[in-house]
Design a protein around this ligand. Structure first.
Ligand code: ADP
Length: 451
């Protein structure tokens, strides 16, 4: 097993990884930017290294500094968390070349899945359904328009290197197409340094269903059930739950088998997620694979009573997965992402000092956060400050627990999305499980503060 793991991340996920290491008995190294000096992950780690100024490109994204920090502290492995360098093949490669284990898949696996067009091709090869679209990237607008007409409008133009909901443009009809196509290309180029885009059919009311994947170096690849992440704002997830209200045992078996086949196609090692869209007519399509731990991984952990981060670490060290059969489900689990943002102002970030902080508690409530009273939410990074995860015997109990947890979670000093999330818990359509990725766009009342 590893002796010392450097966590190349910040915030709640850095804390999460440090906890997993401590449980196994591994020493930890925290890295931090000048803006994160007061962060909890720094206090909880055995060692810590400042890696640069606040902007991520000068600190958390600087590969040489991370490698140097690992070498100075004698770390023999690096856990990348999510975001930042978690899906950067060059980083994985550099770690290995420096004799430091990368806790995640191989650089090659990251590369294939990081290119959405290449990933679609790999999935087609093993018979996993993909959203109808162009076989690869297209450069010429007229050629792309030809494809779009064949597929049928509306279509979505996506950056091959895309992620985090960026570099995607919808075109309703042929008139709109040329403009959307150029916009998507220039957005892709500036956000990812790669202007490749492809075109696929835009499903009008799909659900986002993703499968948790685990693979080891002994050829085992399994799925650990699905998560329904259909409640989104501008293609970004806000609420995730499992089991999905739309997935029964039969569909779970079919979609799960497709997800495992997709991951097996590249001999996947580590924790990953196969994201799919489930259409109203019950057809499902591979969308992309995330080759890292996800924000919403606690949903699966609580539902099945497993520890995905410990599995990740053990598998990277060469161990076998600790289970190969899907464990028994424990009721229903739901997660809300609490962001320091103002929903009534189009989710504008609200950084600043947290003056009062009273966490929720009670049976079935898990809180993953790096925030505390006196903590300053820096303006430089993602605005997520906590994840509340609630489990119940059934969906109704989980939802009620979440509603109460959000109401009793007191944060003063910054505006948060909690009152908004609590309103979603009370929404009749949401309660009935009747949601798709366009749900929030239709329910505009949810954004208004009650008088
Ligand atoms: P990213 O990598 O930026 O997260 P994804 O490919 O995972 O992008 O897509 C994010 C979200 O965008 C999905 O959850 C879904 O809401 C929406 N989306 C993506 N592709 C389509 C599509 N073909 N039809 C409808 N919605 C889509």
């Amino acid at each position: 097993m590893f002796k010392k793991v450097l966590v190349a991340n910040r915030g709640e996920i850095a804390l999460r990884v440090i906890r997993a290491c401590k449980e196994i008995g591994i020493q930890t190294v925290a890295v931090y930017s000048e803006a994160d000096r007061e962060s909890l992950h720094v206090r909880f780690a055995d060692d810590d290294v400042c890696i640069g100024p606040a902007p991520a490109r000068d600190s958390y994204l600087k590969i040489p500094r991370l490698i140097a920090a690992a070498e100075i502290t004698g770390a023999d492995a690096i856990h990348p968390g999510y975001g930042f360098l978690a899906e950067n093949a060059e980083f994985a490669e550099t770690c290995v070349a420096s004799n430091i284990a990368f806790i995640g898949p191989t650089a090659e696996q990251i590369r294939v899945m990081g290119d959405k067009a290449a990933a679609r091709a790999a999935m087609t090869k093993v018979g996993v359904p993909i959203v109808p679209g162009t076989p690869g990237p297209v450069e010429d607008v007229d050629e792309a328009l030809g494809f779009a007409k064949e597929i049928g409008f509306p279509v979505i133009i996506k950056a091959a290197a895309g992620g985090g909901g960026k570099g995607m443009r919808v075109a309703k009809d042929a008139d709109e197409f040329a403009r959307s196509f150029q916009l998507a290309r220039s957005e892709a180029l500036s956000a990812f340094g790669n202007g490749d885009v492809y075109v696929e059919k835009y499903l009008t009311r799909p659900r986002h269903i993703e499968f948790q994947i685990l693979g080891d170096k002994h050829g085992n690849v399994i799925h650990v059930g699905e998560r329904d992440c259909s409640v989104q704002r501008r293609h970004q997830k806000l609420i995730e739950e499992s089991p999905s209200p739309a997935v029964g045992p039969e569909l779970r078996a079919k979609m799960g088998a497709a997800a495992v086949a997709g991951a097996k196609a590249i001999d996947y090692v580590g924790a990953g997620t196969i994201e799919m869209l489930l259409d109203e007519d019950g057809s499902y399509y591979f969308m992309e694979m995330n080759t890292r731990i996800q924000v919403e991984h606690p949903v699966t952990e609580m539902l099945y009573g497993v520890d995905l981060v410990k599995e990740q670490i053990r598998v990277a060290a060469g161990d076998r997965l600790s289970f190969l059969e899907l464990p028994e489900r424990r009721g229903h689990v739901i997660e809300c992402r609490v962001n320091a943002e103002d929903p009534s102002r189009n989710f504008q970030p609200s950084p600043g000092r947290i003056d009062v902080f009273h966490p929720p508690g009670g049976p079935g409530v898990r809180l993953d956060t790096h925030a505390y009273a006196g903590y300053r939410v820096p303006p430089y990074y993602d605005s997520m400050i906590a994840k509340v995860i609630c489990q119940g015997r059934d969906r109704a109990e989980a939802l009620r627990r979440m509603e109460l947890a959000l109401e009793s979670f007191i944060i003063e000093g910054v505006t948060t999305t909690m009152p908004f999330l609590a309103r979603v818990m009370r929404n009749p359509k949401f309660r009935a499980g009747d949601v798709d990725t366009k749900f929030l766009e239709r329910e505009t009342d949810l954004f208004k503060e009650p008088a």
